[in-house]
Design a protein around this ligand. Structure first.
Ligand SMILES: Nc1nc2c(ncn2[C@@H]2O[C@H](COP(=O)(O)OP(=O)(O)OP(=O)(O)O)[C@@H](O)[C@H]2O)c(=O)[nH]1
Ligand SMILES: [Mg+2]
Length: 401
């Protein structure tokens, strides 16, 4: 007798697999659903497992020639079989039966006894294995669930939370403790957040810093904060350019900051004028270019910004996309897509003081692969700004509200 287990997504598929290999006479001895264990519960669906058997001695006794597809040979050819080798158990018993007419009932009875015995043995063995690793995996799984929920509570996209969990899976021991799992997730988060990219004055100067982004997110205020640090702490020669000529108030806002800091300001209306500004400010270390916040859906505006950025050679400029941490995730996705067409950017997040959920910082970093740079957390110029610290973001993502 050959007894085998077959796994498939549905019972019908599993039976088809069994018949394919063992022939149409195969009988199904047991059917059960196997739920993935431990960490796999998060990612894999349950499968149906059937135990099927066929009595190859009946074939032997009736002297049917074994074809290429006979059960024994087919077994060696069909891949994907999970369980094997509890075969030929009934061979001796069946061989000893001389009377051909009596054979079916005797064989049937003995087979039934054997089937029952085997099914019992198999299920006892499985139950023992199950209870053994259940204790361990369930404990670790509970920790993973907790951390996963924490990330999602902090608005990390489920897609990315799942990605992190599946990536640490291979590195964890079967009986990993909460501390082990937390440490693995924390490290993964830090790696994914990456090294922050901030403005450095070590290349060719003047460096043009383009600040782009939607309306009212804090572009102008952020320029004032960063510029102030360079002017005061690094004693750098700083200049301002504004292309935000759509509103008088916008120019006046930057002029106010320029006056306070004692830096020159140029208002430009065209691509030619920014090229002129590049010549005029050739003695400066850093030139901040403020742009108008218009709807990212406005194509004409996007084209204007793109022309301005491209007027400055690539190696002389950096672009920073300013996003508010309070903006809805779905809108942030659209905004980042639109600006990706304009330039390669680094990410600045503002208004962190207005939200306790910073999952979007992580989500947008994952989505765009753009480096994170600064975060702002209040209206005070120049104090409420800092370079993004991956460790502190990772800690916040793992912390409860
Ligand atoms: N709470 C809070 N408010 C901020 C922050 N950054 C800027 N703001 C405020 O947001 C408002 C808009 O800031 P702006 O700097 O004018 O924004 P903008 O992106 O230049 O706006 P437009 O030029 O009109 O597109 C102001 O009231 C700022 O004080 C921040 O980190 N936290
Ligand atoms: Mg502005």
């Amino acid at each position: 007798m050959i007894i085998k287990k077959f796994q498939a997504n549905t019972e019908t598929e599993a039976i088809m697999l069994a018949r394919e290999e063992l022939g149409r006479d195969a009988i199904v001895m047991n059917i059960k659903t196997i739920s993935p264990k431990g960490i796999y519960k998060l990612f894999r669906k349950p499968v149906v497992e059937i135990t099927a058997a066929v009595d190859d001695n009946i074939n032997y006794k009736t002297e049917k020639p074994k074809s290429v597809n006979s059960p024994v040979q087919a077994k060696k050819q069909v891949p994907g079989i999970i369980y094997d080798e509890t075969e030929d158990i009934a061979q001796d018993t069946v061989k000893g039966t001389e009377d051909a007419d009596a054979a079916p009932s005797v064989i049937e009875k003995k087979l039934n006894d054997l089937q029952n015995l085997l099914v019992k043995q198999l299920s006892e063995k499985e139950a023992a294995e199950k209870s053994e690793d259940k204790e361990v995996s369930n404990k670790s799984l509970a920790c993973i669930r907790l951390i996963y929920n924490q990330l999602v509570d902090n608005e990390v996209d489920e897609k990315y939370a799942n990605q992190i969990i599946s990536e640490i899976e291979g590195t964890l021991k079967k009986d990993a403790s909460m501390d082990n799992i937390l440490a693995a997730v924390y490290q993964k988060l830090i790696l994914k957040l990456g090294q922050p990219k901030t403005i450095e004055l070590n290349g060719k100067t003047p460096k043009f810093i383009f600040v782009i982004g939607p309306t009212g997110v804090g572009k102008t205020t952020t320029i004032a904060k960063i510029a102030s640090k360079f002017k005061v702490e690094e004693k750098a020669r700083v200049a301002f350019v504004t292309a935000d000529t759509y509103r008088i108030a916008a120019v006046e806002q930057l002029r106010t900051y320029a006056n306070i800091l004692g830096v020159p300001l140029k208002v430009i209306y065209s691509e030619e004028e920014i090229k002129q500004a590049r010549d005029d400010f050739s003695d400066y270390d850093i030139v901040f270019v403020d742009t108008a916040g218009r709807s990212h859906r406005n194509k004409e505006h996007r084209d204007d910004v793109e022309l301005l950025i491209n007027a400055i050679p690539r190696e002389e400029r950096e672009t920073y996309l300013v996003l508010s941490a309070t903006t809805k995730y779905r809108d942030l996705i659209k905004i980042t897509e639109v600006y990706k067409e304009i330039a390669d950017y680094n990410l600045i997040f503002t208004k962190l003081d207005e939200t306790s959920c910073i999952g979007n910082l992580f989500n947008i970093r994952m989505l765009t692969d753009a480096p994170l740079s600064y975060a702002t957390f209040g209206q005070n110029v120049p104090d409420d700004i800092a370079r993004i610290d991956a460790q502190s973001i990772a800690k916040q993502l793992l912390r409860g509200q």
